[in-house]
Each structure stands twice: as C-alpha cells, then as structure tokens.
Design a protein around this ligand. Structure first.
Ligand SMILES: Nc1nc2c(ncn2[C@@H]2O[C@H](COP(=O)(O)OP(=O)(O)OP(=O)(O)O)[C@@H](O)[C@H]2O)c(=O)[nH]1
Ligand SMILES: [Mg+2]
Length: 441
C-alpha cells in the first residue's frame, strides 16, 4: 500500500539529504515535489496545502537551514508533519458501558461485516465476552455471512430468528447482551451504494436507541477521496467516534488515510490489512508516517510477534537455543507462528529498508516456500528432524520424493536452518542489539 507515495517522498528526502547545505530555493523545490506526490496519491487538496505550508514554515526556520545536518532536519520536519496529519496520537477504543456497544457503519462492500468479526476476535483475545449482531437485513446472505465468521472465531452471534427490523434487532440484542452478561456488543449494520436518507434514518434511530460508545465508520481505502467525503456525510448525520480503514493491503494510493483525519476531524482507530481475521491493526500515526518515509515499522512487527508467540514458548525457545537443541521440528513450528502473523511479504515490509531493497535487488517473496518447507520436514523421520547431520544423499533423495520437492530444496532448507540457528544464537547472547543485527541483515 501507498507504495507510489512512499517511493516519491523517499526519493525527494534522499535528494535533500544529499545536498550539503540548504537554501530557501532547494527547500521550495523539494516541497513542490512533495506536494505533487501527495496530490498524485489522491490526498485532499486543502490538506496538502496546509501540510506544505506547515512544513515550509518549519523548514525555513533556523533549525533546519542553519543546522549541521539540514537534510536530516528536513526529513524530521516532514515526518513530524506527516504524523500530525495522520492524527498524531494513537486513538484507543472506548469500551465504557455494560455492555459497551460498538456500531459499525459504512457503504456497501467497505468491509463492515469482516471488520465486525475481526474486532470481535481481537476483543475476545483481550478477555472480553462479545456478542456479534447481524443488523443487516437488506441482503439475504448478510446474516449468514456474519454467522459463519462468528463460528470461525468462536464468538456468539445474536439469533435474529424471525425479526425483520434492524432497529428492533439492535435494541433487543443489547438488552439480551446485558441480561446474559456479555460486556461488548458489536452491531454490523447494512450498507448502501450511496449515502441515502433511508439508511441514514435507520442508523440514526438505532444509534439513539442503543447509545453506542463507539460509532465507527468503515471505509475502503481503495476509494480514496470518496471515502473521505462519505465519512463526512455519515459524521454529520450519525455522528462518528472513529474510522476503520480497510484494504490497506491493496494498492490504495493513500489519499483516504492521509486526508481522513484532517477533513473529518475523526481519528482513524484501526486499519484492515487483509481478508483474514488477524488482519486488523491498531492505527499508529507515527508508525505509518515512518513507513511512508521508509523508516520501517519495527514496533508493529515486534507487537505482532508478541501476540503470536507467547511468553512461555519464547522462554522454551530460548532455552533450546542456549542448549543447542533447537531442532527442525521447532523450526517448522516457528515458521508456522510467523505465518500466522500475516503474509511473509507484509511482515518483511515493516522492516526499515525492505521495500526499497525489494525493488533494487529484485527480491521475490515466495509465499509457497513455507508450504514446501513444512512438507519437507513432515517427510523426515524424528531422528532426522532432531539431528539433520545424518541426512546423507540417500536420505535426501527419499525426503525429496516423499515431499514432492527436489534435493536442492532439501539442501537449501538445511542451510537456512543452520543459518537461523546461528542467527538466533547470536540473538539470545546479545539481546536487543542482536535483534537489531538480525533485522538489518
Ligand atoms: N484485502 C482486503 N479485503 C478486505 C478487507 N476487509 C474486507 N475485505 C473484503 O472486502 C469484501 C467485502 O467485505 P464485507 O465485510 O462483506 O463488506 P460489508 O461492508 O459488510 O458489505 P455489505 O454488507 O455488502 O455492505 C470481502 O470480500 C472481504 O473479504 C481488508 O482489509 N483487506
Ligand atoms: Mg456486511
């Protein structure tokens, strides 16, 4: 996502940093390019204007022009202003009330149903008891879709039975949740192709009846500026407390993400980055700014790792590494955990410099490789997994046959495993600085 914008801005900043001194003229030149890049990314015109004015004011001050490292200072200013544009601070979800009611609204196909379930899974993992409510009766399959998702994530879904009216359903569901001890209710409302009066009326009356603590607008980031104007429309009538931007994994240009906060005044709370239930991230303005400017997003990466690898397992892993008993079985297990963090590519792109390296070095991320690795390890005997040293060529041929791969694949895997062991050993020895080394490799 927002690759185009990121490429361009990084290019401009690199040029600026390459210049020893800075003058009013090269600041103006650089800003002209920044402005173009933002407009091309479909960022709202007024937002761009304000942004450029702020950066210019800062950049032409003494701190930048007279500093020893004007290029770095300029980058810092752009980063700070970009962060401000995105909302400065992380906006937490409000969960007051018993039950706390969260209402999701938005246009058709924006991702409301998927996001309702993702949010439910997330809150469940934080120990909350969630009731999902299908308040979309406009489309026959809508209720079924939410039921399926709630089955998959093992969250209860309100039984709408014979009820025909979304307003009644929501009221009834919140009452039911209160009586049954659920602490959170998520309402998945119906979407429309356009903002229309019937829908707005329906949403308004639901809101008044159940008094949600959060009314979140679900916006498809792909629709850029349109998403922003629709959000404004919803905000005026329904009143929003936040925005969830979906499909940031797609080739969205970034216009929605960068204009939403300033034009609507409503914070972005989460971003959707895929179709899977785990693909919902808390929105951190400073981290997205860092990613756009090629500074990477190591914090999100570390958090994802923490969510997927629990403390006990981490300790066990560390002991294994220390005692040098980290086997191929563990290796497979470990890869499985990494896989559950998202696609390999999405994980790697959080590492500073990866996106740039990918382009210049033509790195091709092969997601099927993990499947192959699993197949290979599955075809080994327990002894081989514990001690790959015994893998002579005869055994390698047998494993290749068994796993439908080539002997080269086996050789490669053994090499990778050895490398990983070495790398991890270094990490357990040196702690944080080891992690840095790993990430910079
Ligand atoms: N790639 C990607 N796809 C998403 C994301 N969020 C939702 N989708 C997909 O977008 C499509 C529409 O999602 P829904 O959740 O059904 O959207 P909705 O807003 O409930 O749609 P209606 O109920 O018809 O108004 C589905 O195919 C989802 O899998 C996301 O963050 N990334
Ligand atoms: Mg839906």
């Amino acid at each position: 996502m927002i690759d185009g914008l990121s490429d361009k801005l990084r290019g401009v900043l690199k040029d600026v940093r390459g210049q020893g001194t800075m003058t009013e003229k090269n600041v103006t030149d650089a800003l002209r390019q920044v402005r173009l890049a933002l407009l091309e990314a479909d960022v709202n015109f007024a937002v761009v204007k304000d942004f450029i004015a702020e950066v210019k004011k800062e950049a032409l001050g003494e701190k930048v022009l007279l500093s020893v490292t004007p290029g770095q200072q300029f980058t810092k200013v752009v980063n700070e202003e970009l962060t401000r544009l995105l909302g400065s601070e992380t906006s937490e979800l409000e969960l007051k009330g018993s039950p706390a009611v969260i209402m999701l609204v938005g246009l058709q196909g924006s991702g409301k149903t998927t996001t309702s379930a993702k949010l439910a899974a997330r809150l469940k993992s934080k120990g909350r008891s969630v009731l999902l409510v299908p308040a979309d009766l406009a489309r026959p399959a809508a209720v079924l879709q939410l039921q399926r998702l709630s089955d998959a994530i093992k969250v209860d879904c309100f039984d709408v039975a014979e009820r025909k009216d979304p307003f009644e359903i929501c009221k009834e569901a919140v009452r039911f949740a209160g009586a049954k001890g659920y602490d959170t209710v998520i309402l998945d409302t119906a979407g429309r192709l356009h903002v229309d009066e019937t829908l707005m009326g329906e949403l308004k009356s639901i809101k008044e009846a159940v008094n949600p603590v959060e009314s979140l607008f679900v916006a498809d980031a792909m629709t850029g500026q349109d998403a922003v104007s629709t959000a404004k429309g919803f905000n005026e009538v329904v009143g929003l407390t936040g925005v969830i931007l979906t499909k940031l994994d797609s080739d969205a240009r970034g216009g929605a993400a960068l204009s939403m906060r300033m034009t609507t005044g409503v914070p972005i709370k989460f971003v959707g980055t895929g179709e899977k239930m785990e693909a919902l991230d808390v929105f951190h303005p400073e981290r997205l700014a860092g990613r756009i400017l090629g500074m990477g997003d190591v914090l999100t990466l570390v958090e994802k790792a923490q969510e997927n690898i629990d403390e006990k397992e981490a300790v066990k892993l560390e002991q294994k590494l220390k005692k040098d008993t980290f086997t191929l079985e563990d290796f497979k297990d470990h890869l499985g955990k990494i896989k559950s963090m998202g696609s390999i590519e999405s994980i790697l792109s959080m590492i500073p410099g990866f996106d740039a390296a990918k382009k210049t070095k033509n790195i091709d991320v092969d997601e099927t490789q993990l499947v192959r690795i699993e197949a290979i390890i599955d075809s080994m005997t327990p002894q081989e997994r514990r001690n790959p040293g015994v893998l002579n060529s005869k055994r390698r041929i047998r494993i290749a046959k068994g796993s439908g791969t080539k002997v080269q694949d086996i050789n490669k895997l053994i090499k990778q495993y050895a490398q990983m062991r070495k790398m991890m050993k270094r990490f357990t020895k040196s702690g944080m600085s080891g992690l840095k080394n790993m990430l910079s490799m």
